[in-house]
Design a protein around this ligand. Structure first.
Ligand code: PLP
Length: 408
């Protein structure tokens, strides 16, 4: 396997040339940076093929449609979907999740007293749509607890899944602790009892190989901007046979086969779920970003990010006054180090780090139940990607020393 050189890789990302010298970008869980090839692909659409898709018969529009559908095929290959039609383009993970639970409310035979099993690790963009669904349909919302190492308590989760479980709603990796969740056995269990599994892959995708077929998940969602792609684009993956039975949550142009004044007949999957003009340039950009990741090699990317986690866990964890809240086993961490510093509020630490030229994030990271379960007001979170260097992590550690000196 190729060993990646993040110093060389940084050159593919124009933003690093514009950052002040020594600036350490460690906020890649919030959003990752974008390589030139992705910007070029979007620019090429705007300069050479700027037309709407699927609706016209002139060559520029054909070109736009071809590029958009090629992006769908690239994404499908990247996540190992069975066919490109299983990939629905959305505006991002939050939209994917909301629209999915709206559709599931209509499709699943939900009865008051049925269970949804979720976990305390969930990001609000997964937890809140699930909460709304439970509230509307009178369902029991069962929460799987945290394990001692910042992961999911698998045994406790498995025990929650039973004949009344209609939906298992889990993240594939925590955006706070970085813990990778071994969802496959839990998906098998929910299938055995007749339920379905929805997986949030937002913190995972682009950092390690995502294989939706191997997971056998029914639905998976994520955002493009965390996987070296542009903002404003995301994906909802669904098994084709399930998508064919769903009615779209959003309706409008481009998604009906036939419409009269009282009725509409939907067009095929996936177009019926993409009402209106989609984010065309962004989809093309996301297609290019997955090809860029494939060019680097997902195994090599994962190995590099894993090394950064191991190095940061050792360096940050050794610091006096630091409590690590992230998964310490780098093999089970997607790329995050989260910590608190004794006697100093996480926001103050992040502020000082910002002044030192180190980009991190502080707070509950839109996973407030998790912060409560950890017993902290929030954490300082550093997130790594393929361009992260040891020097970035050394800058983080030096910044922590300044924060400690300032406040203690
Ligand atoms: C695990 C997880 N799920 C969902 C989301 C929501 O993504 P977006 O804000 O791009 O919709 C995030 C974003 O931070 C996340 O980390």
């Amino acid at each position: 396997m190729t060993v990646l050189d993040p110093v060389q890789i940084k050159k593919d990302f124009p933003v690093f040339a514009h950052m002040p010298k020594g600036f350490a970008y460690c906020d890649s869980v919030a959003t990752s940076q974008t390589p030139s090839c992705v910007l070029d692909a979007m620019n090429a659409y705007y300069t050479h093929a700027r037309a709407n898709i699927h609706r016209a018969s002139y060559s520029m529009a054909d070109d736009a449609t071809t590029q958009y559908e090629a992006a769908r095929a690239d994404i499908a290959r990247f996540i190992n979907a069975s066919v490109p039609e299983e990939v629905i383009m959305t505006a991002g993970a939050t939209m994917s999740s909301n629209m999915l639970y709206l559709m599931l409310a209509e499709y699943l035979p939900l009865r008051p007293g049925d269970d949804i099993v979720t976990s305390v690790l969930e990001h609000h963009s997964h937890l809140l749509p699930v909460q709304l669904l439970a509230e509307r349909e009178g369902l029991n919302l069962l929460h799987a607890p945290l394990s001692k190492d910042g992961g999911l308590d698998h045994d406790a989760t498995a025990k929650l899944i039973g004949p009344r479980t209609r939906i298992l709603a889990l993240t594939l990796a925590s955006n706070v602790t970085g813990a990778i969740v071994d969802v496959r056995p839990l998906i098998e269990k929910v299938h055995a009892s007749g339920g379905i599994a929805v997986i949030d892959a937002s913190a995972y995708v682009g950092h390690a190989t995502l294989d939706v077929s191997a997971l056998d998940a029914d639905f998976v969602f994520f955002s493009g901007h965390k996987m070296l792609g542009p903002t404003g684009i995301g994906v909802l993956y669904g098994k084709k046979k399930l998508l064919e039975r769903l009615r779209p949550a959003f309706v409008g142009g481009g998604m009906s086969e036939e419409t009269d004044m009282t009725h509409m007949r939907c067009t095929d999957v996936p177009y019926r779920f993409e009402a209106g003009t989609p984010p065309i340039a962004e989809a093309i950009g996301l297609g290019r970003s997955v090809r860029y990741s494939e060019e680097l090699g997902m195994d090599a990317m994962r190995a590099h990010i894993r090394d950064m986690v191991a190095y940061a866990t050792e360096k940050v964890g050794a610091f006096s006054g630091v409590t690590l809240h992230s998964m310490k086993d780098a093999d089970r961490n997607i790329g995050i180090v989260s910590f608190t510093l004794e006697g100093i509020h996480p926001h103050d630490v992040a502020h000082i780090l910002g002044e030192q030229g180190v980009a991190v994030r502080a707070g509950h990271h839109c996973a407030e139940p998790l912060a409560k379960a950890l017993g902290v007001p929030g954490t300082v979170r550093a997130g790594f990607h393929v361009y992260t260097t040891r020097e970035d992590i050394d800058a983080l550690v030096a910044g922590i020393a300044v924060a400690r000196k300032t406040f203690v």
